[in-house]
Write a protein that binds this ligand. Structure first.
Ligand code: OAD
Length: 234
């Protein structure tokens, strides 16, 4: 392939981390570590029972801290390191496997497991330690106002101004391991396509978004993405 693209955007979902041993959402019947989304991932749940919600995310941390990037994450870093024009990553994943793979330009639109945000002053605390209803914000010194920096249903996604900009200006859009059922991320392919991008989907199967994809590459991302990236770099 020619190195013809002026700007590349890669959207990733839980499927890219599956080969690192992390469960996807839809494969668990929409349950998140055996919990209903309404009990652990809505702002109402957090207001109702913040201890429970904090515990839930604290319990996820050791597994996500131990997880290692797989060849799909590493291939994206290789692309960023070697492609002559910008490559941005938009991830729905709260794991930090793109960071561990040493990628850059990562936009965590659904937040990060290793962060908490102070509802009093907006400070974002980065930590792999437990965050509780007692945690004191290091910036404003108020206790009990930290919320996991996970975008709950009913909240706005993070970094959307930037995301809209890069989607509108990219000419190659690659989606990896996302089911395309959770909006607004599910509509990113449509935006990119509307602005003229060529669009690729890497997934085990066709998703609900398949209408907007020019190309489908089926299989495990850890096996299909590295050769595709090598082709882009050839
Ligand atoms: P899903 O669990 O909905 O979808 C994972 C997708 O990855 C499916 O389409 C699988 O077919 C595909 N897949 C699984 N293993 C794969 C592999 N090895 N290689 C390639 N594809 C593979 O996960 P997301 O689309 O990321 O929200 O879910 C979107 C959001 O729903 C999540 O970010 C989460 C959840 O509510 C928040 O955390 C706020």
């Amino acid at each position: 392939m020619d190195k013809k693209y002026k700007s590349i955007v890669v959207l990733t979902g839980a499927g890219i981390s599956a080969e690192s041993g992390l469960a996807t959402f839809r494969s668990s019947n929409g349950l998140w570590n055996n919990h209903r989304v309404e009990d652990v991932a809505t702002i109402e749940a957090f207001q109702r029972n913040p201890e429970f919600v904090h515990d839930f995310y604290n319990q996820m941390k050791p597994e996500l801290l131990a997880a290692k990037p797989n060849p799909a994450h590493l291939a994206l870093t290789k692309l960023q390191d070697n492609y002559p024009t910008p490559v941005s990553i938009i991830t729905q994943n709260v794991d930090t496997l793109h960071e561990k793979a040493k990628s850059r330009n990562i936009n965590h639109i659904h937040g990060q497991i290793n962060q908490a945000v102070c509802l009093n002053c907006g400070h974002v605390l980065e930590t792999w330690n437990d965050v509780t209803t007692e945690t004191v914000c290091p910036q404003c010194s108020v206790a009990g106002m930290m919320k996991p920096n996970i975008v709950f249903f009913g909240e706005n996604l993070l970094y959307m101004d930037k995301v809209e900009r890069i989607l509108a200006s990219c000419d190659l859009f690659i989606s990896v391991g996302t089911s395309g059922v959770v909006f607004p991320a599910a509509a990113f392919v449509q935006t990119a396509k509307l602005y003229g991008a060529e669009t690729y989907e890497f997934n085990l199967e066709k998703t609900s978004n398949n209408f907007y994809f020019d190309h489908h590459i089926f299989g495990k991302a850890g096996e299909t993405l590295p050769p595709f990236i090598d082709e882009l770099l050839a």
